[in-house]
Design a protein around this ligand. Structure first.
Ligand SMILES: Nc1nc2c(ncn2[C@@H]2O[C@H](COP(=O)(O)OP(=O)(O)OP(=O)(O)O)[C@@H](O)[C@H]2O)c(=O)[nH]1
Ligand SMILES: [Mg+2]
Length: 582
């Protein structure tokens, strides 16, 4: 039988059997088959040749690869934008319209956070009001008076009363609040429209919803644990603590789903533990605002590329229905709604009572990334076009890895013409597994540690201090053998926020005990952190390497430009030196 004979001829190899010509092949069929096989071989060889030529061309061309690393919100994407702004200014300018949508979304989400916080406060107040009425009825066996004794001494409908449950005077809103709330209702739809435009899908390919909370212990987080745990990190006999104090030093270490504590990572013996001052999470503590932060809007590079392709700034201007000039094609639904709601938004944000409720509920929108409420008048203009500073301050969380390739434009000076590839990664824990494949072929890494976050917790794990997370990440990067020959550049970032924080009287030594009695100012603090991070690099690098550390505020154009120039020159010098050695 034919089947049996084929088995005999090819043994048990299923591929040989499957690829063999049919046993009853005619000479004509054989000719056709052989011709097809030859054509396939020709195409395959041609592809190999093209790939070989491309590789050779790439080798000839100076390509510099730079990887941006650091936890979420450390400033990686902002640093990338600074590179774009300074080295490809024309391309950067062309993308301004794209950033308008991001800034509008940042603005709308801040306003909705304020509204949700007020609504939460109002609902709680009403619940307390009902409880008191019930208590009154039970105590005196009479129907509770509708209002007066429970309206905290204010005439009118008590349902608008908002008290935060503290011993401070209760705060009230009049009917104006309900009217403003109604008028601002269209912003919820705008939020949806902008999210759909900027972030059509979440990490699992699901459509993002405005209030969809991310799963706390996702499988991505577990995968991340594996990746980081696999990086070779040497232990230190004396160190089992954390650099700074927080609940994290105890609770983080015992947590099962935290990435870094599960490794044998340890710290230099000079580090000390302190007591556990409470951590703030991105300055937002109310339920409403946390919901919005956890559900941050993310973007993938492919989406940005698609949007860039669909936007044009070269259209002629024409008058709008309001008689205002604007560019055809950039007057969209969000711009119109935001423009129509501007009076109410400004009234809400400027209202002293609103500020008081936010303060009492510890909702500090002004400290969260992508804060534009103080620039509302300008940003809600019908023909608003973002400034460079607005773009640097905008917040859009990265998912996956964004590769930005560019040839230095002529304006960039003497390095003009060389190709740079900058890789910007997502920094949240669930994203860190995407980093490792890029370790193989990189010339330099800029590692960003936001040192202003010494009193904050990670958004993805509230038990972990953000500074501690940065320290542990830095340690695992320094000790990674794949990166042994890579230049590491440290940006101790968000120094402007650190300065503001210390100026308001927050004592660094309360969170970082080893800071001791040093002067509580930004220069002393950043020099202190620099020496700590340098010590870690020295101790954990597989072989000695130079330390490049900068105190940065990467939203600041002027200072960052100078730092980027030094970094660029250093990378180019080292790149040249290494290629000569090779
Ligand atoms: N004031 C101030 N804000 C900063 C600084 N660096 C970054 N920011 C802001 O912080 C927010 C977060 O910065 P990103 O660059 O998006 O952070 P990232 O590291 O890319 O975060 P992921 O994409 O989540 O990994 C943005 O709104 C930035 O404008 C800084 O030095 N000072
Ligand atoms: Mg980013």
């Amino acid at each position: 039988m034919p089947v049996r004979s084929r088995r005999n001829s090819f043994g048990d190899d299923p591929f040989a059997a499957a690829l063999a010509p049919p046993p009853d092949e005619t000479p004509e069929q054989r000719q056709v088959r052989e011709a097809k096989e030859q054509e396939s071989l020709r195409i395959s060889n041609a592809i190999d040749e093209v790939l070989k030529a491309e590789k050779a061309a790439e080798k000839k061309k100076k390509v510099t690869r730079l990887l941006l690393l650091g936890q979420s919100e450390s400033g990686k994407s902002t640093t990338l934008r600074q590179f774009q702004l300074h080295y490809t200014p024309h391309a950067f300018a062309k993308e301004k319209l794209l950033w308008r949508a991001v800034i509008q979304l940042n603005l709308v989400r801040s306003i909705l956070t304020v509204l949700d916080t007020l609504s939460d406060a109002q609902a709680e107040s009403q619940a307390r009001q009902r409880a008191r009425e019930m208590q009154y009825q039970q105590q005196y066996n009479v129907a509770g008076p509708s209002g007066a004794p429970f309206a905290y001494g204010v005439a009118g409908d008590p349902s608008y009363g908002v008290d935060d449950g503290s011993s401070e005077d209760p705060v009230f809103f009049g009917e104006d609040f309900e009217i403003i709330k109604q008028r601002l209702e269209p912003l919820r739809r705008v939020e949806e429209v902008l999210i759909a435009k900027l972030a059509p899908h979440d990490e699992d390919g699901e459509m993002m919803k405005p209030h969809q909370a991310l799963p706390p212990n996702s499988s991505a987080a577990a995968a991340c644990q594996n990746v980081i745990a696999s990086s070779p990190v040497s232990g230190h006999p004396e160190a089992n603590g954390a650099l700074m104090g927080s609940g994290s030093s105890g609770s983080g270490a015992s947590s099962t789903n935290t990435t870094l504590q599960s490794t044998s990572i340890s710290i230099p013996s000079s580090a000390t533990l302190v007591s556990s001052p409470s951590l703030s999470h991105s300055s937002l503590s109310s339920t409403a605002s946390r919901r919005r932060v956890q559900n941050e809007v993310t973007v993938r590079s492919a989406v940005m590329a698609k949007l860039k392709g669909s936007l044009s700034l070269s259209s002629p201007t024409s008058p709008t229905g309001n008689g205002r000039p604007h560019t055809q094609g950039d007057w969209d639904e969000p711009t119109e709604v935001v423009y129509n709601c501007r009076e109410e938004m400004m009234a809400l944000w400027e209202d002293l009572t609103v500020r008081e409720v936010l303060k009492r509920r510890k909702v500090r929108v002004e400290e969260s990334p992508g804060f534009f409420l103080d620039d509302m008048e300008r940003i809600t203009e019908a023909n608003y076009m973002p400034s460079d500073d607005d773009i640097l301050r905008a917040r859009l969380k990265t998912v996956g890895v964004t590769e930005y390739r560019f040839d230095m434009e002529a304006s960039a000076g003497r390095e003009s013409g060389s190709e740079w590839r900058i890789f910007d990664v997502g920094g949240s824990r669930s994203q860190r597994q995407t980093w490792v494949p890029y370790f193989d072929d990189v010339d330099a890494i800029i590692f960003l540690a936001p040192i202003s976050a010494f009193d904050q917790a990670l958004a993805e794990d509230h038990s972990v201090n953000r500074l501690e997370d940065s320290v542990l990440l830095w340690k695992s990067i320094c000790s990674n053998k794949l990166l042994g020959n890579v230049d590491l550049i440290l940006f101790l970032n968000k120094c402007d926020i650190l300065a503001q924080k210390l100026e308001t009287g927050v004592r660094l030594s309360k969170y970082v005990r080893s800071f001791g009695e040093r002067s509580n100012d930004v220069d002393t603090a950043s020099a202190y952190f620099k020496s700590k991070f340098q010590a870690i690099q020295r101790e954990y690098s597989p072989s000695p390497r130079r330390f490049y550390g900068y105190a940065t505020s990467v939203t600041d154009q002027k200072t960052t430009k100078g730092i980027l120039t030094s970094v660029r020159d250093m990378i180019v010098r080292e790149h040249l030196r290494k290629s000569r050695l090779i």
